[in-house]
Design a protein around this ligand. Structure first.
Ligand code: ZN
Length: 330
């Protein structure tokens, strides 16, 4: 049995959930109100099969652990792929010191669409895989496939990038694949999110900014539910309101539910601290049961992925790009 109940105080993580609360949000319950549609003409094109294939491709390289040849090969593929879809791409190479004082290479991969547009949305996900299945009962010291915890977010963003290469919005889009998010231990502060911390100190473009940001982390699990994370709500309430409303208009209310969860430390925190870009986190976490049962175990493999979840997230974000919050409309 690989299941480990994640309770409020045990966390660990690439993500530290400090508090949890579950409050009903009433914003969804007024079905009799006359709604003003945000998405007047839904944008289609996001393919869950293509996104799924992008996960398989990442896993085909092996474990994406910094300093290994598998990591290097996957990074090269990600750069080549993102570069093929975007107007410009950057392969940011740096290094970081781990919790156990090892210096590791850090590769952040950045793709830009409409580089001159002043209104921009930043999307990000981490692409590395956790070097250990430390929530597993078996082989806890061995690396994991990380199909959901890493590859799923990247796959959704690559599929969005593929769509943007065919049909471009008016606004600017930046996509960043952060490295070494999961190379941490919960007992060491700031030991997770090494790629985003490096980027925060070495922005790929001087004075880089965006109107808001969206981080994807664990967005492929079956029956995943995404709730309003506390830091996201503090920094980017308007983005949460908008994205969840778009999701619900598109029929994805089962995934984008209206509850709140406590603070999660994830890459969005380091982006916000470095740039003050209001960045929100779309992450599967349940106040009662914690992260999914396969989280940080060897069961986080391709079998943990449900194409319907990939579609709900990708379809939502593709429409957010073309129907952004009013402050980003031209
Ligand atoms: Zn993780």
């Amino acid at each position: 049995m690989k299941f480990k109940l994640v309770i409020f105080t045990a966390i660990c993580i690439s993500l530290i959930c400090i508090t949890n609360s579950c409050t009903n949000n009433t914003k969804n319950n007024n079905s009799e109100e006359v709604e003003v549609k945000i998405v007047t003409k839904p944008v289609s094109g996001f393919s869950q099969d293509s996104a799924f294939a992008f996960i398989q491709k990442q896993l085909s390289f092996g474990y994406r652990v910094s300093g290994t040849k598998e990591h290097e090969k996957c990074a090269n593929w990600l750069y080549q792929k993102l570069n093929s879809y975007s107007d410009t791409a950057i392969f940011q190479k740096g290094s970081a010191v781990t919790y156990d004082k090892k210096r590791i290479p850090v590769y952040n991969i950045i793709g830009t669409f409409n580089p001159k547009a002043t209104k921009r949305i930043l999307f990000a996900s981490h692409w590395d895989s956790r070097p250990w299945g430390d929530q597993d009962d078996i082989d806890a010291d061995k690396p994991i496939d990380a199909a959901n915890d890493g590859a799923s977010g990247v796959a959704v963003l690559l599929e969005i990038a593929r769509n943007l290469s065919i049909s471009k919005p008016d606004i600017g889009i930046d996509i960043i694949f952060f490295d070494a998010e999961d190379y941490g231990k919960s007992e060491f502060e700031n030991s997770f999110c090494l790629g985003s911390q490096y980027w925060g100190k070495n922005l790929h473009s001087p004075n880089y900014t965006a109107n808001f940001g969206v981080l994807l982390d664990m967005v492929g699990g079956k029956d995943a539910q995404f709730m309003w994370e506390e830091n996201s709500n503090t920094w980017g309430n308007f983005a949460l309101v908008h994205i969840w409303a778009v999701a619900q208009e598109l029929g994805h209310a089962n995934y984008f539910v209206g509850n709140t969860i406590g603070q999660i430390i994830d890459d969005h925190k380091y982006v916000y601290e470095a740039t003050k870009i209001p960045m929100i986190d779309i992450i599967q976490y349940n106040p009662q049961t914690g992260f999914a049962p396969y989280w940080h175990t060897h069961d986080d493999n391709i079998g943990s992925i449900d194409k319907n979840t990939l579609f709900a997230v990708g379809n939502t974000l593709q429409n957010v790009i073309f129907f952004p919050p009013p402050s980003l409309s031209y």
